[in-house]
Structures are given as C-alpha cells and as structure tokens.
Design a protein around this ligand. Structure first.
Ligand code: NDP
Length: 337
C-alpha cells in the first residue's frame, strides 16, 4: 500500500503518491477509462487526488467528482486550485482577487460534489491583486470550512515567505507549494525548498516523471509510442515537447542500466528520486490508464541509496535544469483572460 506523509507542519496526512488528472481527464482519455483509473488508484491505496478548475476547462473536476462519488469523505484528501480563467472570459474571471477566489471555490465544490476540499491552492502568483486581499480571501474560505488548508503553486521563495507571514497573521495555515520537480527539473532545490523547510511547508510536486519522459519510452530518433502524451494532439504533445529534444532523450536512456542495477523500473526510479527529497510530501503522478498506476505505486517506501541518486544526477547533469531563476518566469506578469 502507499505510505503517508504529513503535509507541511499540519496534521494532515496525504499519500506520498497522489493521483493528478491534468491533460488526461476530459481530454486525452475517455470518461470510462478516466473513472477506471481513479478506481484503480483507490484500490492501490492512493487516497489523495489533485485537480484544478482549469483542467479540461472544468471537465477534470467533474470526472473526479463522479469517480469519487460514494467514497466516504473522511477517507479522501482532495486538492484543487484557482487562478486560471475557466468558462466565460471576463475581467474578473481569473487571478486571485477575492471575487475570483470565491467564485472559484464555489464552482469547484459543486463539480467535485463535496462540502470542502482538503487543500485549496493558488495555481500561480497574481501580480495584479494585493497579496493581502488574496490571503484574506483564503483565510475566510478556511474559516467557512470550504477548505481545510491553503497551498500555492509555482510561487518564488520570496512570494512564499510573504504569503506565509500574512497567513500566520490572519490565523490560517499555508502548508504547501506545488512546483514542477523531477530529475530533469530541479529548479526548486536552491531557494524554494530551503525557504519552505524553514517555514514548515511541503512541496507536492508535479510531473515527477517529466510527463512520462523519465519512463524511458521515448527512444531518440524514433516515433513516440502510439497513445503516449507525445502523440496527444488535445494538448499533451504541446506540454511534453519541452523534454523531447534529442539530447534529453539520449541522457534519459543512460538511466536504464542504473535502474536495472537498483532493481527498479524506470518509472519507479523517477518517482523514488523525487520522494528522496525530505521536503517533498507527495509526488503528483499522472496516468493515462490504470496499469500505469500499478507500476508507479511500487515506488512508495523505496529508499534510493546515495550511489543511485548520484548516478542519476550525473547521467542527467547536462540536461537537468537547476536554475532557481526559472521559477520567476512561471507566473504571468499580467492576469490571463
Ligand atoms: P507525470 O510526470 O507523472 O506524467 C504522467 C504521464 O506519464 C502519464 O499520463 C502517462 O502519459 C505517462 N506514464 C505514467 N506512468 C507511466 C509508465 N508506467 N510507463 C510509461 N509512461 C507512463 O505527471 P503529469 O505531468 O501527468 O502531472 C501530474 C500531476 O501534476 C497533474 O495531474 C496535476 O495534478 C499536477 N500538475 C500541476 C501543475 C501546476 O501548475 N500546478 C502543472 C502540471 C501538472 P502517456 O501514457 O500519455 O504517455
């Protein structure tokens, strides 16, 4: 079964392998397969689920709500997010204003068919709304019992520090950051992770398998396997292309003997690598079909030895991004419409 970790310095325990439904549900994967994959996650012991209002323009939340219907609420940890525009485009239908945050939580609760979410996350930093307004709105949502805890996604170390101080002043818990993190994308290690460790916040990390690339299934110079994200013209191919250059794919192939030596599959090694960072509370994994989760969950409770971690890092040294400045370019400077 999947092991639990505490989310920041809160009392909430989440499965260290959490299932997320970006790109897949409502887009790449049909509804029946999406629901079957959520049910397989539950069968395998995953009880934490990550989604967002913007995934498939609200379609992913709807599918997750349907798939989880009937499961006792106390047996689940549900995370969603607000920031990006959904539905009608309008001047107030994006960002982290008080109005959009309240519209956002109400829509998410309706689609997920729950009374509260466990973690409500700012999907990006909003440069156009005073941070105090944002944090007051989040605090009120916690006080109203619509979310248990608040998190952020892709905020810089300075933004996290400022947000955390306001949350403390306003009397609620900012417990997590949700950044991209994998052996190919290590930009949080230098600044974000030490800041969060100091503040008692966790990372729950996205694309831990670099969108499937670290599984090693994309062979340099060959066509991507049929049905893989790199062939998904509904959005997936566009996102994964950042890791599809020849040099990266060749470097990933160098991991195969390291995985064999460690007695692990490539997907398991990729997930175990992120879980080796003690500030990571969960790897948010994706899956386009149930069998992929059978494979991924085996990474839970695996401890990679130092030699294996070093071998992975050195195999990817030339292609892994470790530049802390990369976090600064993630949140749009003007609110998207
Ligand atoms: P991963 O890096 O885990 O990639 C998942 C994809 O890899 C699957 O959909 C599948 O794609 C492929 N895969 C999975 N298992 C295997 C396997 N055993 N063998 C081969 N291929 C496999 O994570 P995602 O990129 O999907 O992101 C995970 C979650 O992170 C999202 O659902 C979301 O919750 C969160 N996220 C958050 C963001 C944010 O801004 N906060 C941004 C993006 C994601 P396929 O079969 O199609 O090739």
């Amino acid at each position: 079964m999947v092991e639990y970790r505490y989310l920041g310095n809160s009392g909430l325990r989440i499965t260290e392998i959490t299932y997320g439904n970006w790109v897949t549900h409502g887009l790449q994967v049909d509804r029946d397969k999406a629901i079957a994959t959520v049910h397989r996650a539950l069968d395998l012991g995953i009880t934490s689920f990550d989604t967002a209002d913007v995934y498939a323009n609200t379609g992913a939340e709807k599918i997750l709500g349907k798939a989880l219907k009937g499961i006792p609420r106390e047996d689940l940890e549900i995370f969603t997010k607000v920031y990006w525009p959904v539905g009608n485009r309008g001047p107030n239908n994006a960002g982290l204003s008080r109005k959009h945050i309240f519209d956002g939580i109400h829509g998410s609760l309706r689609r997920l068919k729950v009374d509260y979410v466990d973690l409500y996350q700012a999907h990006r930093f909003d440069y156009e709304t005073p941070l105090e307004e944002t944090m007051r709105a989040f605090g009120d949502i916690v006080r109203q019992g619509k979310a248990m805890y608040i998190g952020v996604s892709e905020w810089t170390a300075e933004q996290i520090r400022e947000g955390h101080a306001l949350a403390e002043e306003l009397g609620f818990q900012l417990v997590s950051n949700q950044p991209q993190y994998s052996a190919l994308w290590r930009v949080i290690e230098d600044k974000v992770v030490p800041t969060c460790e100091e503040l008692g916040m966790s990372q729950i990390v996205w694309s831990p398998m670099a969108q499937g690339v670290l599984s090693g299934k994309y062979i340099p110079g060959e066509q991507p396997p049929a049905g893989s994200r790199a062939t998904d013209d509904k959005g997936g191919a566009n996102f994964v292309k950042r890791f599809m250059d020849l040099e990266t794919l060749q470097a990933v192939q160098r991991l195969k003997p390291i995985a064999a030596e460690a007695g692990l599959s490539m997907p398991q090694m990729a997930i175990a690598w992120v879980l080796a960072n003690p500030n990571v509370a969960a790897a948010l994994v994706g899956a386009s079909r149930p069998e992929q989760l059978d494979e991924t969950v085996k990474a839970s409770a695996i401890t990679l030895d130092t030699n294996t971690v070093e071998a992975i890092n050195s195999a990817l040294a030339g292609v892994s991004n470790q530049d802390p400045q990369a976090t600064y370019s993630v949140s749009p400077r003007t609110r998207p419409i």
